[in-house]
Write a protein that binds this ligand. Structure first.
Ligand code: SF4
Ligand code: SF4
Length: 446
């Protein structure tokens, strides 16, 4: 095991800010013994081969900045900003380094020093923080595109999109084929057959706007498996977009709003189920996010009851679906599920229940696809490299469908597969499970 420090960029000590990094227990830095065993798992290091773009390099850089040994120059920031926060390094690290907390401390300090994600323009920043986290605003914003797609005008929109500035074109290109929106949801969906559990359901924001069919599939699959599903109207975004940008106060407000929304039902719910791999880790951190506030106890309850839909169903004992989907399919591990929540086997176990479905392995299935929350906007070049790599790996499986449990991955993978084979079915595992329960299998697939 090598103890040698990484070969860092050489920087003069000029005007170091002694107040940086004071939001983290210094021991977190010391946990890293510089062994380098995490390097091969890091997507950005694998792309650039630069030690400063590796977990070990970034820990070393941020620690040196907080010590005042080097200045936080644009070059240092570039290496820290290129991190996807995928946490593949946490999975690989034998010393239990909590890398997410270390890079989180950097983002929190940056949010205090200036606008979050300085590479974004005003429109992108507004879309990220004032549109995407609000389900109703998102539904309205996507409504003209939904109508245009139903009228068969998507090719025309794509052609017109070429005239947009690159930053806006990237946002337009991410929009997938949109299913009709379900409109307002009921607040309670009864269990089918004898009730086995009473669960709350987190609808989310962007996930529901882009993939309303997955919201409905999740509720129906839960009902089918004997769950009464409670869907409070006043719930909202989990706060992940703000939290990962270091904007802790707005993230707290989203968390408190969700506590209030589930408030009176919380004690009677067996679980609060979510279907978005990127949201689950933040929902499970509500106890930490709201520590020391007047709602700390409710936050603990909320975090304790938060469950991703895949393990929730496998532990409940899922009913076997009857309709066959006789195709070859593969599965991409969303970082928020595999690295963030250690959920790997359960989505595959649910897919294995589907008659006729042949699940084939995907090379580097746990490698980040480059979506990583807002990363495709903040770091478009690296995001594109990782998106293309993921699409190539998927196409090499010979599958006709790819399943993944997170909205960002669904958008990213669908975008890069559209460049090649548009007949690919890109969906959430729960969409596949519902199709096998209901027989509503996408046209042209079988
Ligand atoms: S983060 Fe972990 S695996 Fe990576 S260098 Fe530090 S101790 Fe080693
Ligand atoms: S979070 Fe991902 S991109 Fe960032 S250092 Fe760790 S492995 Fe690399």
């Amino acid at each position: 095991m090598s103890q040698s420090p990484p070969s860092l960029i050489s920087l003069p000590v000029v005007g170091a800010k002694p107040d940086l990094g004071k939001n983290i227990d210094y021991q977190r830095f010391m946990d890293c013994v510089h062994c380098g065993l995490c390097l091969g798992s890091c997507p950005t290091y694998n792309e650039t081969g630069n030690e400063n773009d590796s977990p070990r390099g970034r820990i070393y850089l941020w620690r040196a900045v907080t010590d005042g040994r080097i200045d936080l120059t644009p070059e240092v920031k570039t290496h820290l900003d290129l991190c996807l926060e995928c946490k593949a390094c946490e999975t690989a690290c034998p010393s239990g380094v909590q890398y997410g907390k270390i890079i989180g401390s950097y983002h929190q300090d940056m949010a205090k020093l200036g606008p979050a994600f300085p590479r974004l323009n005003g429109v992108q920043r507004w879309a990220l923080f004032h549109l995407t986290p609000y389900a109703r605003r998102m539904a309205w914003a996507l409504w003209p595109l939904r109508v245009a797609q139903r009228l068969g005008l998507r090719p025309m929109i794509d052609r017109l999109g070429r005239w947009l500035p690159p930053s806006l074109r990237r946002m337009q290109e991410m929009v997938p084929p949109l299913a009709p929106h379900h409109g307002s949801l009921a607040t309670i969906y009864p269990a089918e057959g004898p009730r086995r559990a009473r669960v709350g359901f987190m609808v989310g924001c962007a996930a529901d706007a882009f993939f309303p069919q997955t919201t409905m599939a999740s509720i129906r699959v839960l009902q089918k498996n004997g769950c009464e599903v409670v869907v409070p109207r006043s719930q909202g975004c989990c706060g992940a977009l703000h939290y990962h940008a270091g904007l802790v106060e707005p993230a707290k407000q989203f968390a408190v709003a969700n506590l209030m929304a589930f408030g009176k039902d919380l004690s009677t719910l067996d679980a609060i189920v979510n279907n978005a791999g990127g949201c689950g880790p933040v929902l499970k951190e509500y106890d930490h996010i709201l520590e020391g506030t007047p709602v700390a106890d409710q936050a603990k309850d909320f975090a304790r009851k938060t469950r991703d839909i895949h393990p929730f169903l496998t532990e409940l004992g899922p009913i076997r679906p009857k309709h066959a989907i006789p195709i070859k399919a593969t599965y991409h591990d969303a970082c928020g599920l595999s690295h963030g929540q250690k959920i790997r086997a359960q989505p595959r176990q649910l897919l294995a229940l589907i008659p006729g479905l042949e699940l084939v392995p995907l090379a580097d299935s746990e490698g980040c696809c480059g979506a990583a929350g807002s990363y495709n906007l903040t770091q478009p070049e690296m995001s594109e490299q990782l998106g293309r790599r993921k699409a190539t790996n998927i196409l090499e499986t010979g599958a006709r469908a790819v399943f993944t449990g997170n909205v960002g991955c669904l958008l990213q993978i669908a975008k890069y597969l559209r460049e090649g084979d548009s007949a690919f079915w890109v969906a959430h595992p729960i969409d596949a499970l519902w199709a096998a329960y209901s027989g509503e299998i996408p046209r042209g697939l079988v």
